[in-house]
Design a binder for this molecule. Structure first.
Ligand code: ZN
Length: 151
């Protein structure tokens, strides 16, 4: 069990939890979405600035467990600078990794350090923590108005 927990809380996740990147309000955001994971109590608001079809800024605010905070932080780093199409394809690929249904698709950007979350699929209760920020940014990119709920 300790081994598995170590897997789950790898150094990169711990670092992003301690010092989340892009955790700030974006007053002039073009799009914004809110997410809530009632299973764990994680809350996140994602702000996106879009120029043409490119995500020029993405940031988040909220509070939650280490996994949800680190995932939101790494999500902002991964999505920033991508086109809308690339960002959505990254969401699908990340979702596949976490739920253990990874596709072999070679299209679009690779996951890079997001692979650190691959151990999460062994912990079903944590899957929603890891995917919350991604579902939320996906809703923002699709300009959906309804809050995201993982249940
Ligand atoms: Zn959580």
């Amino acid at each position: 069990m300790m081994e598995d927990l170590h897997d789950l809380y790898q150094d990169l996740i711990l670092d992003h939890n301690r010092r989340p990147r892009n955790k700030r309000l974006v007053i002039d955001a073009d799009r914004k979405a809110e997410g809530y994971n009632p299973l764990c109590g994680d809350r996140v608001t994602v702000y996106v600035k879009v120029d043409g079809d490119r995500v020029v800024d993405v940031a988040f605010e909220g509070s939650g467990c280490a996994i949800s905070t680190a995932s939101a932080s790494l999500m902002t780093e991964s999505v920033k600078g991508k086109t809308l199409t690339e960002a959505k394809s990254l969401f699908r690929r990340f979702h596949g990794l976490i739920t253990g249904e990874a596709e072999e698709s070679r299209d679009g950007p690779g996951l890079g350090k997001l692979e650190v979350f691959s151990g999460v699929c062994k912990f079903p209760a944590r899957v929603k923590c890891a995917t919350l920020a991604w579902h939320t940014v996906n809703a923002a990119l699709n300009d959906e108005r309804d809050p995201v709920k993982t249940e």
